[in-house]
Design a protein around this ligand. Structure first.
Ligand code: FAD
Ligand code: NAI
Length: 468
């Protein structure tokens, strides 16, 4: 008789691999099935990690060209070695994916290479990467199959000239003219990379603003800053087609509300209009599972449970499509299976956009609070008045803290500025503990640090900001 697992996880991305490791730690017998030949999912292979490797390297390249001289650093001619920049990115990816294999061994997780398909309750068939099939019997199935790029009707992604995140992270040369469809997170991060390396970048966005989930005031500041960095935005505009010519692409677009068609030449087009859950060929229906009209795997308990003994985590369910959210989902499900408590508060999952300056937020923004009729008080502090930011000549942006009127409970924090991707963690922790803005305002922050801006913004909620 085939041996029975406690948990079989389909998908080895942040949702799946964290679920597997935590289940292993808790003494459960666990297997994780992954089809791409490497662990780490979208995040490690074609998402978070390679994009951050290119953002870091392209930032240094741009700084060496444009900022070093003013700091008294003379360089020779700064030149781009794109193959080496790509190689260091691959090295980071390789090291981290291998690291997960090591963690699997350490925590006694069996790594099954192949494509998983649910056959029914407690049964998963794997089309093995090396050929043949194997059926795993299990008490619990965890679906962690992630997401894939959304596409535009009539526009075929070939990953050479019309690319998704996959091709955008591996271009062989710097495109002279780059068009990005979508001014969301990928649009801004990839637009920044290629603009720093020399591309003429145009970002076409359907809505009349960039970065829709961000606080509007932050998004406005971001738009102004990225324009100064050379990005061109075409807001309120929809792409209607792309004609592939021999040496270039002709991108047709018109106002979102309809109107005069205009065309733009491009060498490369990056399609970044969002992602959709990936459940192709999964056999979800065999356990009575369903997806909604956007393809999101439906849960029956409001959180992770799909059916009896079937759970789902990460990008393929509701909530933000972020790696740390997937990780937390995976951990919570492993704990639930082991009979412990497991819960993730999606309101307290921070978002970070790794541009320069960075953009970060957690909790509710002003528009959401207004729409919900919640009365709030705002404290805001600009980096222009922060001594460390001024010392470093990096004064763009601000920190904004929103607290409930009457109770002073922190409801949200919204930041744009160098280093805010790290600074947001302080507010997330404060909110986890149900802190008031005064708790941050009365907490000692080292001087001179950028984090003093968070304290000064918190002081601003009760009107006693001192450094401005
Ligand atoms: P995935 O990472 O997509 O993993 C799912 C895995 O399941 C895949 O490896 C897939 O091959 C496998 N799979 C699917 N079906 C099967 C099957 N039937 N059998 C076996 N295996 C299967 N998030 C952040 O928090 N920070 C960032 O900086 C960030 N940057 C990003 C940059 C880009 C360009 C992109 C595209 C995404 C980025 N994200 C970022 C989002 C992040 O990558 C995802 O939220 C995260 O990877 C979701 O994890 P997951 O485990 O749910 O799914
Ligand atoms: P997104 O949802 O962030 O942004 C998509 C943008 O495209 C939106 O502004 C939307 O209005 C616009 N859009 C939609 N349809 C359009 C159309 N037809 N024409 C023009 N614009 C259109 O999606 P994106 O950038 O593709 O990223 C996918 C997801 O990956 C993100 O939502 C995020 O969850 C994750 N991600 C996270 C990162 C991070 O945490 N730093 C980095 C990159 C991706």
């Amino acid at each position: 008789m085939a041996e029975t697992y406690d948990v079989v996880i389909i998908g080895g991305g942040p949702g799946g691999y964290n679920c597997a490791i935590r289940a292993g730690q808790l003494g459960l017998k666990v297997a994780c099935i992954e089809t791409r030949g490497k662990l780490g999912g979208t995040c490690l292979n074609v998402g978070c990690i390679p994009s951050k490797a290119l953002l870091h390297a392209s930032h240094l390249f741009h700084s060496a060209q444009n900022e070093f001289a003013a700091l008294g650093i003379k360089t020779g001619k700064v030149e781009l070695d794109l193959p080496q920049m790509m190689a260091q990115k691959e090295e980071a990816v390789e090291g981290l994916t291998k690291g997960i294999e090591f963690l699997f061994k350490k925590n006694k997780v069996e790594y099954v290479k192949g494509r998983g398909k649910i056959l029914g309750k407690g049964k998963v068939e794997v089309a093995l990467a090396d050929g043949g099939t194997r059926v795993l019997e299990t008490k619990n199935i965890v679906i962690a199959t992630g997401s894939e790029p959304a596409s535009l009707p009539g526009i075929e992604i070939d990953e050479e000239r019309i690319v998704s995140n996959v091709g955008a992270l591996s271009l062989k040369s710097v495109p002279k003219k780059l068009v990005l469809i979508g001014a969301g997170v990928i649009g801004l991060e990839m637009g920044s990379v290629w603009a720093r390396l020399g591309s003429e970048v145009t970002v076409v966005e359907y809505l009349d603003r960039i970065l829709p989930p961000a606080d509007a005031e932050v998004a406005k500041e971001a738009e102004k800053t990225f324009k100064k960095q050379g990005l061109t935005f075409k807001l309120g505009t929809k792409v209607t087609g792309i004609e592939k010519q021999k040496t270039k692409l002709k991108v047709s677009m018109e106002p979102a509300k309809g109107g005069v068609v205009e065309t733009l030449d491009a060498d490369i087009v990056i399609v970044a209009i969002g992602r959709k859950p990936y459940t192709e060929g999964l056999g979800l229906e065999s356990v009575g599972g369903r997806t909604d009209k956007r393809g999101v795997v439906e849960v029956v308990d409001g959180h992770f449970k799909v059916a009896d003994g079937v759970w789902a985590v990460g990008d393929c369910i509701h909530g933000p499509m972020l790696a740390h959210k997937a990780e937390d989902d995976g951990t919570a499900v492993a704990e639930l299976i082991a009979g412990k408590a497991g819960h993730v508060d999606y309101n307290l999952v921070p978002s970070v956009v790794y541009t320069n300056p960075e953009i970060a937020w957690v909790g509710k923004n002003e528009e959401e609070l207004k729409a919900a009729g919640v009365e709030y008080v705002k404290g805001k502090f600009p980096f222009m008045a922060n001594s460390r930011a001024r010392t470093n000549h990096e004064t763009v942006g601000f920190v904004k803290i929103l607290a409930e009127k009457g109770t002073d409970k922190i409801l949200g924090a919204h930041m744009i500025g160098v280093g805010v991707g790290e600074m947001i963690a302080e507010v997330v922790l404060a909110m986890e503990f149900g802190a008031a803005s005064e708790d941050i305002a009365r907490t000692s922050h080292a001087h001179p640090t950028l984090s003093e801006a968070v304290r000064q913004a918190a002081m601003g909620v009760e009107g006693w900001t001192m450094q401005m």
